[in-house]
Design a protein around this ligand. Structure first.
Ligand SMILES: Nc1ncnc2c1ncn2[C@@H]1O[C@H](COP(=O)(O)OP(=O)(O)O)[C@@H](O)[C@H]1O
Ligand SMILES: [Mg+2]
Length: 286
């Protein structure tokens, strides 16, 4: 096996269980998985399969009832200081940014998280300044949060998480309710964050988005991991995707509907732009 097939992991779950108080079956049910370091991982599955619960467990906000969650081999302990350290390495952007935003204005909100890190005043000011630039929020810095659109709130919430410089960024349904432009902007933002060295995980039920973005994919079903593999291999496992009723990525389906002599690239195109350039290339070399 090559490193491409078996990258080292940054976060691991081993036989993890979690049951919500009063529920009659576990939301996370003997879950074993690993998040590969340095990758863009998509966690896919139907509503209710446990994606959000998984992210809350990964961030240490929920405590698993059995099993082991570990960071580069070191087990998550739920006591004060080690939990704080754990939560500094991992940033979680909630599905609903309203749950994340606490202060009155954009700048205050980003500063709020930084103040909890026991940094010097100068360091806080510097990080706030840089974060506003990185996320293109300078003009909104003093805007009250309740005047922002949902897309802007997501951007501010993400900026607040990234100001803390996590090594692993988890995002729960980051494109829910965003329009296409906002979605494209967010995905570009995530590519920039990833290029700067952060491992990223998104939980989503949007197969097309995951197909275009992810290089690693984990399929979750009823609180368990069904498969965890390179994204191109997961998305070409049509039988499995159909068995789980997840559908087939649109672009993958279009690609495979083309005459075979047009399909002369591997892996298949992940974006319309790649599809287009592949077809144009073919036309010129006919
Ligand atoms: N706060 C809660 N209390 C009780 N059950 C919950 C709660 N949140 C989620 N669940 C249940 O746990 C399971 C997993 O939910 P969730 O992690 O939200 O899935 P997903 O994010 O994939 O939609 C579902 O059966 C859901 O009904
Ligand atoms: Mg969810």
């Amino acid at each position: 096996m090559t490193l491409l097939d078996n990258p080292p992991s940054i976060l691991e779950f081993a036989n993890v269980f979690y049951t919500y108080p009063g529920a009659n079956k576990p939301a996370i049910d003997d879950l074993t998985l690993r998040i590969p370091a340095g990758k863009k991982t998509a966690i896919l599955g139907h509503n209710g399969c446990g994606k959000s619960t998984l992210l809350l467990l990964a961030d240490g906000l929920y405590k698993c009832s059995a099993g082991i969650i570990s960071w580069q081999g070191k087990r998550l302990e739920y006591q004060g200081r080690s939990l704080n350290e754990w939560r500094q390495r991992i940033g979680l952007a909630f599905q609903d940014p309203e749950q994340q935003l606490v202060a009155a204005t954009v700048a205050e909100d980003i500063s709020y998280g930084l103040c909890n890190l026991q940094l010097s005043k100068a360091e806080i000011a510097q990080r706030l300044h840089q974060t506003l630039i990185d996320f293109n929020l300078q003009e909104l810095a003093n805007r009250p949060l309740h005047y922002l659109s949902l897309g802007q709130k997501r951007r501010v919430a993400l900026a607040g998480v990234m100001a803390l410089k996590p090594q692993l960024l988890l995002l729960d349904e980051p494109t829910a309710y965003l329009d296409r432009l906002q979605t494209n902007n967010l995905m570009q933002e995530l590519d920039r964050i990833h290029a700067n060295g952060t491992t990223i995980v998104i939980a989503t039920h949007d197969l097309d988005l995951a197909y275009a973005w992810a290089d690693w994919a984990i399929l979750l079903h009823e609180g368990r991991s069904i498969v965890s593999d390179r994204a191109d291999r997961v998305f070409s496992n049509v039988a499995l995707l159909e068995q789980l009723q997840l559908g087939i990525p649109m672009l993958w389906e279009i690609w495979n509907a083309l005459p075979i002599d047009l399909r002369d690239r591997q892996p298949p195109p992940k974006t319309v732009a790649e599809l287009r350039s592949s077809l144009i290339h073919h036309q010129h070399h006919r």
